[in-house]
Design a protein around this ligand. Structure first.
Ligand code: GLU
Length: 370
């Protein structure tokens, strides 16, 4: 590992106040498919240690479907979507039971939070959730998050907990996200079939070469795999969150990761914005578009001005005041997103007044690369 990579990890560790740890199904299950209480204790011990060292942790745990299969007598057969949802409902209580037991030994109380994407996209639910998690953390309680598989429909799912954990990291404005799984590193190729495969300890930019490498590695039980981890890292790095991937069954894996002794760090030079800006720029769904004239595009790209009605040539979509919209140049390229102060019907071309305040505005990638 390069000196720079080791230093970066040390720097992230020193700044760490809130950490999100995501644990995959593969490392919570034993060879017979049941939950492995040793795996739970190993992780609980590490989280307790982090807490003693002043780091607040939010845990995102998979494993409900894996735990529920046995419970509802479905063994290892391929499951339909409805069966998976039923297995998750039955398995979630077993999963939480194991976490409760593991953390009780360390005098830690746990709380369960089950989420669907709708809870993140909606501003009011998002802020409620933020307040709940903040309250739990300030009471010294460990929030344990999973997808609410019973209600999530096929179209509206996080799909895998890698993505969900990045949303949670944005919600709590974590300084780092760690994905614990059965793979130790991102490798240059699949180490099981290619003896020349090399582990990559630091990835400072995710490009198509890195994505190709990720496609070569596989993983068994969970829905994730390395591709999903790299996809999540690419997205999260985009708004300033460093992401680590490491093996989840190491005794002091998390400490060793920050010491630069294991795992792959997907790093980003971007500073972490407020969670409100993360929500506007990356979590909310734009309801419409505002097309800007050339002068307004230049002004907005400086990152220092609000959008006034005079800079807007036309608006499209169905949005009300208080919703998110995309700000686009005349060619249709998105240059920013922001919360608009007027509904679509109140906006006249080259009209008057404030449309998007600077505090409610987040530049898109195309603007940041200029
Ligand atoms: N929510 C699923 C479960 O708890 C896991 C999804 C995933 O594999 O990431 O079983």
């Amino acid at each position: 590992m390069t000196e720079f990579c080791r230093e970066r990890r040390g720097e992230i560790r020193r700044r760490l106040k809130v950490l999100v740890v995501k644990v995959g199904s593969n490392i919570l299950t034993a060879a017979d498919g049941g939950l492995s209480s040793r795996a739970f204790s190993r992780i609980a011990r590490q989280i307790r240690e982090l807490r003693e060292n002043g780091v607040r942790v939010v845990l995102v745990s998979s494993g409900a479907i894996a735990a529920g299969r046995e419970r509802i007598g479905l063994g290892r057969k391929p499951l339909s979507l409805a069966q998976k949802q039923a297995a998750a409902s039955a398995g979630q209580t077993a999963l939480m039971g194991q976490w409760e037991k593991a953390f009780r030994r360390h005098d830690m109380t746990v709380a369960q939070i089950l989420l669907t994407p709708a809870d993140i996209v909606d501003r009011e639910r998002f802020t409620n959730l933020e307040r709940t998690v903040e309250t739990l953390l300030s009471l010294g309680i460990l929030p344990i998050v999973n997808e609410n598989d019973a209600v999530a429909t096929f179209e509206i799912r996080f799909g895998d907990n890698d993505r969900l954990s990045a949303y949670v990291a944005g919600l709590v404005r974590a300084q780092c996200l760690l994905l614990l799984s059965d793979v130790a590193y991102l490798y240059t190729s699949d180490p099981r079939v290619d003896p020349s495969a090399r582990p990559l300890p630091c990835v400072s930019r995710i490009d198509s070469r890195i994505e190709r490498m990720a496609g070569l590695s596989r993983s068994g039980l969970g829905t994730g795999g390395m591709s999903s981890k790299v996809g999540t890292a690419l997205w999260a790095n985009g708004w300033g969150l460093p992401v680590g991937v490491l093996k989840g069954d190491l005794t002091r894996g998390i400490v060793r990761f920050f010491e630069g002794r294991t795992g792959t760090l997907f790093d980003t030079p971007r500073p972490l914005p407020s969670n409100r800006k993360i929500w506007i720029g990356h979590f909310s769904r734009p309801r419409g578009d505002l097309y800007l004239d050339a002068g307004a595009v230049i002004a907005i790209r400086t990152g220092r001005t609000s959008l006034l009605g005079a800079g807007v040539t036309h608006a499209s979509g169905e949005f009300a005041a208080g919703e998110t919209v995309s700000l686009r140049d005349s060619s249709g390229e998105e240059i920013a997103r922001g919360i608009v102060r007027k509904g679509v019907r109140e906006i006249a071309p080259k009209g008057e007044g404030l449309l998007v305040h600077l505090n409610d505005l987040v530049l898109s990638d195309s603007s940041l690369h200029e």
